[in-house]
Design a protein around this ligand. Structure first.
Ligand SMILES: Cc1cc2nc3c(=O)[nH]c(=O)nc-3n(C[C@H](O)[C@H](O)[C@H](O)COP(=O)(O)OP(=O)(O)OC[C@H]3O[C@@H](n4cnc5c(N)ncnc54)[C@H](O)[C@@H]3O)c2cc1C
Length: 331
């Protein structure tokens, strides 16, 4: 069988109706690899009223932009989206498929590979062609992020998911032109196992963690949810946004959107204040582009101090309220 070209599953940001940054990032990577291979980038937008997104994908590097519209595809549900992707793969036979490792994409990646009985590399931290350009290196963290594995997939198409912030987004080029194809795919009734009743928009912040100047981030050192106000008050005093480590989000103390790190948001503020954060490699991966990192931790051996420009060894329950008070006085 002749598998060729790279398929990118793209999606729409439900809050602003635009193509997502993650889709732009995947399109950029696919473009780079396709150019090296002399092949094409095919994009696939699944949803309802996706023609505009398919058009946008062309401006961001797609050579053939497919969209599939159906009211039943308005919101992501596993089985219908898997059917669409499955049929598109059968028809277009891509050698590789890139899917965003957001909540929906992680689900879709696993499901499509299970259905086709093929390999998947989830949450890649890099993707590149082998030296002889005959295969793809799917690189992902392993052993708690202490090592990076270079994985090869022997089945076709080779499918990988990639989180946001791993690649630089493609730049818009409105002079690009390409074929836009509407594919009609019938969704049998037995596929509709879930109906999304309502889509509740996550409140949009004026500034987001990925583009703000100051972030105060809290870790498990904060002890319990009831103490989280200490982080919020310090953030308020320095006019910054609040971020958190993964376990803090997993505990439900803050929304998962505030998670910073390799599987969360990657940030690059002028000032990053890490409070009660140990400095695990996955967290550091998300903050290393910060101009200045200040760490507050009661363990002088905490790894965060190796990455911080300024370190404050002390009990956060004493240090943070004092700092907040002092900064407020200076404001
Ligand atoms: C595949 C994978 C992906 C991951 N992705 C991410 C990610 O994106 N982001 C992320 O953050 N993590 C991620 N993790 C988890 C990561 O490995 C760490 O477990 C996590 O970052 C640790 O969070 P923490 O620093 O809040 O907690 P801990 O490691 O428990 O550190 C708490 C720190 O608080 C200090 N402390 C305690 N009490 C006080 C006090 N009173 N005053 C001052 N300091 C105090 C302690 O000395 C300690 O250093 C990932 C893990 C895996 C396996």
């Amino acid at each position: 069988m002749d598998y060729k070209n790279i398929l990118v599953v793209i999606d729409k940001n439900k809050s602003n109706g635009e193509i997502t940054n993650l889709s732009r990032e995947l399109l950029a990577k696919a473009r780079e690899m396709a150019d090296e291979l002399g092949e094409k980038v095919i994009s696939l937008a699944i949803g309802n009223n996706m023609k505009d997104i398919a058009k946008e994908a062309v401006f961001y590097g797609s050579d053939k932009s497919i969209y599939v519209d159906d009211e039943l595809l308005e919101d992501y549900t596993t089985i219908p989206y898997t059917r669409v992707l499955d049929e598109i793969i059968d028809k277009y036979m891509p050698m590789a498929v890139l899917i965003g490792a957001n909540t929906d994409g992680r689900d879709l990646g696993g499901r499509i590979c299970a259905r086709r009985q093929i390999g998947l590399v989830a949450d890649c931290s890099d993707i590149e062609l082998t030296e002889d350009k005959k295969d793809i290196k799917w690189i992902r963290p392993t052993f708690d992020g202490k090592l990076f594995s270079d994985i090869r997939i022997s089945s076709f198409p080779k499918i990988g998911t990639v989180a946001s912030g791993v690649f630089k987004g493609a730049k818009k080029d409105e002079s690009r032109d390409a074929e836009i194809i509407k594919e009609n795919i019938t969704l049998p009734e037995e596929d509709i196992l879930t109906i999304v009743k309502e889509f509740i928009k996550y409140p949009q912040k004026e500034k987001s963690l990925s583009n703000c100047d100051i972030i105060v981030s809290g870790g498990m050192g904060i002890g319990e949810k009831e103490n989280w106000h200490l982080i919020e008050e310090l953030a308020d005093a320095v006019h910054g946004l609040v971020g958190a480590t993964k376990p803090v989000c997993d505990m439900g103390w803050v929304p998962v959107e505030d998670q910073i790190g390799s599987t969360g948001v990657r940030v690059a503020p002028k000032l990053y204040i890490a409070v009660g954060i140990s400095g695990a490699i996955q967290h550091i991966a998300g903050i290393k582009k910060s101009d200045i990192i200040i760490a507050i931790n009661n363990d002088p051996e905490a790894p965060i101090f190796k990455h911080a420009h300024y370190g404050l060894v002390g009990d956060l329950f004493e240090v943070v309220p004092m700092l907040t008070k002092k900064i407020k006085e200076l404001n």
